[in-house]
Write a protein that binds this ligand. Structure first.
Ligand code: K7E
Ligand code: CUA
Length: 664
């Protein structure tokens, strides 16, 4: 009967989940009253007040919404190919998705974090994590495009990522799965977890001016599952906090075996101390392989480099980097309040929310108020670090954000609600239902020193009875609440793309005036650029053919190409000559087994196409660019391999001269 005893708490939770899901919160139908809805109305011609950047989960992308309208403004491809934009399909963008495993066209994107200066959002970049093949990306908020992706060695399931320090000194990435390090033979029995599996945390430095990422060092930590993290700020600047579960170090049936202990941990990391050790030469070089991919906005081309070394600090040897704080029970979210004093852990299976005090934690370390060690790391006494517990807040706490007025807001997955509570006295102040099973939530600047506590957005997993049925899978959704008053008020529902996890929001003013409108053609350094129609050409080298092509409203140059032979490898290097805002041209050719090109003004992009068999192959512009967009087209003729049809190209004239004596 041991087994069922272990399962009992889970059964109880499941039971609660079923009960809560089947008894709908009251007034579900009228929860968005028309009065409330007017608060989210943004009249035609008016801008939204906030940008909302929402993770795309298993879509691998990030979507950008306006708030309070909930209007979808853009989907930014990061870790998954996007045929709409040619991302991962054009020759220039393919290297962005290179990894030590080769080209990886997909990932699972959970968390986003905006860059900060002095603990405030600065509107320069947003960072994104990839869980499956561990990577961190930086998206440039002047172009809304992915600028850089760095892979993480010694990692798997990069989940507690990409959280940043208050001056964006580092982006941090902790591994979810502990695994044997990359430089040892990983061919070990899975049940040797306790001996052979380790959890690595990467500290990625970020260039102050250019944002360039580099793995500054990694911490080699005990084999557990790192789940989420947040940096200290203000008084706790220099520290980082990670929730971890599976302190049981189970390697099978984790839903039971990783829920054994009454408490897991929040691991506090003194990264300033780690920097000191690094300076003192205490790091060990480890040979590894990871890709570092950078997109250059002048050549409009990505390059990928495989790096082979990383510096590792072992926290079981270098004693005063890490401390464990016991945290009930399988903690998930790990959030730090705007003052940096309070650290909130959210035990998914706990019936309370523990709030830790940074000051008390420091005192506990000074007094050595320890409860032994965990894998060589001191365990601070629970009570010594505890500010207090929020009692009976709800079921299944996941994530917490802050409004800057002393209040915290926590999501409850199982009881489908957001609960507002006071950080100082830990009293529950308000609760509102979500529809249903909320995961993350977001308040603009809600994890910074200066939240803008006007709105709160809840990101829900389940929308049964909220949206029209769409076959076996229903949309996920976001719900917008006005939190400016004492009571939270639901004002809008809108569907999201993929599965939303963490999201960030920021005042539009910080970003909108910096938007790039087009790329200057004179600064284009792509090796295949054509800066005017006069320089377009078609060049053969063996069976490789380079087409230097331009486009401008409303034609391609050249638009007639002959002398291509079956089996040729043709590269269309298309330069958009426009120097005006929002005039992309598209390029597609029949039979191309890739995505289209969507070429921004001033940019060059390349599509690879294999000439398959003799015939005429039309190409055209895919983006409705002018009244004569539908005229924006051309023809390419393929002759048999070995044919002596001369290579010619033209626009507006017939080359070679039309031979009217021949018909089919
Ligand atoms: Cu809670 Cu992956 Cu941040 Cu989703 S995680 S909800
Ligand atoms: Cu260019 Cu349509």
């Amino acid at each position: 009967m041991k087994y069922s005893k272990q399962l009992l708490p889970i059964f109880l939770l499941l039971l609660a989940a079923i009960i809560f899901n089947s008894c709908k919160p009251k007034n579900a139908g009228s929860a968005v009253s028309s009065d409330a809805a007017s608060k989210s109305y943004v009249a035609p011609g008016k801008y939204d007040e906030f940008y909302n950047f929402v993770s795309g989960g298993f879509s691998g992308q990030m979507s950008v919404y306006g708030l309070p309208s909930g209007r979808l403004l853009k989907v930014v491809p990061i870790f998954s190919v996007d045929p709409e934009k040619g991302y991962g399909y054009s020759e220039e963008t393919k290297p962005m998705l290179n990894t030590s495993h080769g080209f990886v066209p997909w990932d699972d994107q959970h968390h986003l974090d905006l860059s900060q200066t002095n603990g405030e959002i600065d509107g320069r970049w947003i960072f994104a994590n990839a869980n499956n093949t561990p990577r961190v990306a930086r998206v440039d908020l002047t172009t809304f495009r992915t600028s850089e992706i760095i892979e993480l060695p010694n990692s798997a399931g990069n989940h507690s990522s990409p959280f940043i320090t208050e001056n964006t000194e580092y982006v941090v990435a902790g591994t979810r799965f502990s695994v044997p390090p990359d430089d040892v033979n990983g061919d070990v029995p899975i049940n040797s977890y306790k001996q052979n599996f380790k959890g690595y945390i990467s500290f990625i430095s970020v260039g102050k001016e250019d944002g360039k990422m580099d793995i500054a060092f990694q911490l080699k930590c005990p084999g557990v599952n790192f789940d989420l993290s947040h940096a200290g700020k203000g008084k706790s600047h220099g520290w980082f906090f990670f929730s971890c579960y599976n302190s049981e170090q189970a390697n099978t049936l984790l839903e039971v075996n990783a829920s054994q202990r009454d408490k897991d941990f929040i691991m506090a990391v003194n990264w300033k101390k780690a920097e000191e050790y690094l300076k003192a030469g205490k790091g060990r070089k480890q040979s590894v392989k990871y890709a570092h991919n950078v997109y250059n906005e002048k050549s409009h081309t990505a390059t990928s480099e495989i790096k082979t070394e990383v510096t590792v600090l072992d926290v079981s040897e270098l004693k005063d980097i890490c401390y464990m704080i016991p945290c009930p029970k399988s903690p998930h979210g790990c959030d730090v309040d705007p003052t940096g004093e309070y650290i909130v852990g959210s035990g998914k299976l706990a019936a309370l929310i523990p709030v830790f005090s940074f000051t008390k934690m420091q005192k506990a370390i000074a007094d050595k108020a320890y409860d032994g060690e965990y894998e060589g790391i001191p365990v601070i006494k629970y009570e010594s670090a505890l500010h207090g517990e929020v009692k009976k807040p709800g079921l299944g706490p996941l994530h917490t954000e802050f409004d800057g007025r002393g209040n915290a807001y926590t999501t409850f997955f199982v009881s489908s609600e957001v609960v507002k509570w006071s950080i100082q006295d830990l009293k529950v102040l308000d609760r509102v239902p979500t529809y249903y099973s909320v995961g993350h939530l977001c308040i603009p600047g809600g994890d910074s020193k200066k939240p803008n506590g006007k709105y709160l957005i809840a990101y829900n997993k389940i929308t049964k009875d909220r949206y029209l049925p769409t076959g076996p899978e229903l949309a996920q959704s976001a719900q917008l609440y006005d939190i400016s008053g004492e009571k939270m008020q639901l004002i809008l529902d809108f569907p999201t793309i993929g599965e939303p996890h963490y999201a960030q929001a920021v005042a539009a003013d910080l970003i909108k005036n910096k938007s790039v409108k087009f790329f200057k053609i004179e600064e284009n350094t792509n090796p295949y650029v054509s800066k005017g129609e006069g320089t377009t050409k078609v060049v053969r080298a063996g069976n490789k053919v380079d087409v230097y092509m331009t486009c401008i409203r409303s034609h391609f140059s050249p638009d007639n190409i002959e002398g291509i032979r079956a089996g040729d490898e043709v590269y269309f290097h298309v330069t958009n000559l426009e120097q005006d805002w929002d005039v992309p041209h598209g390029f597609a050719i029949k039979g191309a087994n890739t995505g289209e090109l969507l070429i921004m003004p001033g940019e060059t992009q390349t599509l690879k196409w294999i000439a398959e068999k003799p015939g005429i192959f039309p190409f055209y512009c895919t983006d409705f660019c002018s009244a004569l967009h539908q005229e924006m087209q051309g023809y390419l003729r393929i002759s048999p391999a070995g044919s002596n049809v001369p290579l010619t190209f033209s626009t507006g004239t017939n080359m070679p001269k039309a031979d009217t004596t021949k018909t089919l």
